[in-house]
Design a protein around this ligand. Structure first.
Ligand SMILES: C[S@@+](CC[C@H](N)C(=O)[O-])C[C@H]1O[C@@H](n2cnc3c(N)ncnc32)[C@H](O)[C@@H]1O
Length: 235
């Protein structure tokens, strides 16, 4: 049986990327680029082209493609929505003639079907907020990454500036669900998005969850006034 989150993505997959781009004012591509640039920050991996990365909650694969493009590396994209994976594979092969090395796996991010110490690094973009057991997913990420490898987590956060906060709050509660609903054809997923952005642990609180399962050198960098944040850690 499909979970509520799976049902939601099975309905909006065709409009998901467009809604994202419009709602972020076109910033989403830059956010992903920023996130991927932290993946091999210390240049630990001498030959990234021959390395293997994992992208969880990959959806239509935008972050996986960004990693593959930057490093020329092979990336496994994992998601539990068959519709998102299929739609991504179909469209990404059409919009570019670069040969990306992506393979998709249909699975739950809380129980990864991979052995220990398998990947150079793991990414997850706008996915961790949807996972019921966040710590379990963080622990699974830790298990499958090689020692020294990195986790990069891109997720919505909340601006702290007293000037921006009220406007963003208004946008989340009153505009985002309507605009998202208009583009994707359904308002409920964007009500859910607004609610979860408001409730999800951010900044130090999120780093604490990462540290608890073993990630070290944990850091966060807010982007675009803190609307999103990139978290990183090292195994
Ligand atoms: C908001 S989309 C993010 C897609 C993509 N990473 C991006 O940057 O646009 C969230 C994705 O997470 C997937 N997802 C949510 N919970 C999941 C879980 N427990 N296991 C695997 N995938 C999950 C959904 O199916 C959806 O494709």
């Amino acid at each position: 049986m499909k979970s509520d989150v799976q049902e939601t993505f099975a309905r909006i997959y065709k409009r998901y990327d467009l809604a994202n781009t419009i709602l972020s004012g076109g910033r989403d591509a830059t956010w992903r680029k920023n996130a991927v640039s932290l993946l091999n920050q210390t240049s630990r991996i001498k030959n990234p082209a021959s390395s293997l990365y994992l992208d969880l909650c990959t959806g239509t694969g935008r972050l996986a493609y960004e990693t593959s493009k930057r490093f020329g590396s092979q990336v496994v994209g994992l998601d539990f929505s068959e519709e998102m994976l299929r739609w991504g594979a179909r469209n990404n092969s059409r919009i570019s003639n670069i040969e990306y090395r992506i393979s998709n796996v249909l699975s739950d991010a809380q129980i990864l079907p991979f052995g220990d110490n398998n990947f150079e690094g793991v990414t997850i973009g706008f996915g961790i907020r949807n996972i019921p057991d966040v710590q379990r997913a963080l622990l699974e990420m830790y298990r499958v990454v090689k020692p020294g490898g990195r986790a990069i987590i891109l997720e919505f956060s909340r601006p702290e500036s007293f000037l921006i906060k009220p406007f963003y709050h208004f946008y989340l509660r009153n505009l985002l669900p309507w605009i998202g609903g208009f583009i994707a054809g359904e308002k409920a997923p964007y009500d859910y998005l607004a609610r979860t952005i408001w409730d999800f642990p951010i900044y130090e609180e999120f780093l604490h969850l990462m540290k608890e399962v073993g990630w070290s050198e944990v850091k966060y960098s807010p982007l675009t006034f803190g609307i999103v944040t990139v978290y990183s850690g090292r195994k």
